[in-house]
Design a protein around this ligand. Structure first.
Ligand SMILES: NCCC[C@H](NC(=O)CCC(=O)O)C(=O)O
Ligand SMILES: NC(=O)OP(=O)(O)O
Length: 313
């Protein structure tokens, strides 16, 4: 593995999940990180990703150094050939190259701007870090994907499903007050399409994911129809891809509560967090035994550890 930015970078997904489960059982079995340094650069906020990746690096014997570059770093210029006479103090060409000299692996979080679809979907920011750092780069959530989250999600589903038949997994949109990225649902879909599950998506009209992420998946605009018999429900808000970055609906009928849960096969309910209680998922579900969001968050450590371990090989 050279970089980890999507499932396409993984040679053997089953083996990766197996390794993550092995790390969960014995976190200190690998010392590949000894003497190595992992830089974690955040252009946007994070709780789980920064902490779980730091713990993962430490479990491998590596040191993780965090820079909240969006807050504490120089404002970065990503465009080439510009005269930098505005508010941007440093070009990505130097910033990434310098970090490439300090670290062995670089993790980067770059949320999409949600105004220019082609710019976000070309992953200009993440690709610039890869181009100029010259070391392995791990996506800590980029414009279009959140692969460390998806790996933890797949691991969680596998742990929670002891049966030999495929589970029915439904990704459902839920309302939100802000325009959020499509990265988490895109990525979850990408991983579920390759997994041994029966996968479908429920969202209001206007919220269909980009075709390259939902190719061949059944998409329902009727949430109740989609939820019937579900074994796992992944609840998440995202802004419109079609009307790019817009909030088209705040329909509270899509808030996931007991009413929705009762349509399922006593489903396990998932969310990547942070979750807005009462708006995205109701307390009655989050505080029930069906909710496995904390298991997902816990598994972030072992997902990150298996990726760092691969890159350190
Ligand atoms: N890393 C997990 C999710 C991050 C982000 N959520 C958020 O920005 C929520 C912010 C809020 O609720 O105000 C997203 O949806 O991609
Ligand atoms: N799920 C997730 O990535 O959480 P953070 O945004 O807090 O890192």
């Amino acid at each position: 593995m050279k970089h980890f930015t999507s499932i396409a970078d993984v040679q053997n997904v089953d083996q990766l999940v197996e390794q993550a489960i092995l790390f969960k059982n014995n976190p200190f079995q690998s010392e590949l990180g000894k003497g190595k340094k992992v830089g974690l650069v955040f252009l946007n906020p994070s709780l789980r990703t920064r902490l779980s990746t730091q713990v993962a690096a430490q479990n491998l014997g590596a040191e993780a150094i965090v820079l909240d570059i969006g807050k504490d770093g120089w404002a970065l210029e990503f465009n080439d050939g510009v005269v930098m006479n505005g508010d941007k103090a440093e070009h990505i060409r130097e910033a990434a190259a310098v970090m490439g000299r300090y670290f062995d692996i670089l993790g980067v979080r770059t949320f999409p701007g949600l105004t220019d679809r082609s710019e976000d979907y070309a992953e200009i920011l993440l690709q610039s870090f890869i181009k100029y750092a010259g070391i392995p780069v791990v996506s800590l959530e980029s414009g279009t994907r959140h692969p460390l989250q998806s790996l933890a999600d797949l691991m969680t589903i596998q742990e929670q499903w002891p049966h030999s038949h495929k589970p029915k997994v439904v990704l459902t949109w839920a309302p939100h007050v802000k325009a959020l990225p499509q990265a988490v649902p895109n990525s979850f879909a990408e991983w579920m399409i390759q997994a041994d599950v029966d996968f479908s998506i429920a969202n209001p009209a206007g919220y269909d994911l980009a075709p390259e992420f939902s190719n061949g998946v059944s998409v329902f605009h009727d949430q109740a129809e989609a939820l019937e018999g579900a074994d796992f429900v992944y609840v998440k808000n995202w802004s419109s891809y079609e009307h790019y970055g817009q909030v088209l609906s705040q329909d509270e009928k899509w808030t996931f509560g007991q009413k929705q849960l009762s349509l399922t096969n006593n489903a396990k309910v998932m969310h990547c967090l942070p979750v807005r209680r009462g708006l995205v998922i109701k307390d009655e579900v989050l505080d029930s035994k069906n909710a496995i969001h904390l298991e997902q968050a816990e598994n972030r450590v072992y997902a990150a550890q298996s990726i760092l371990n691969e890159l350190l090989k």
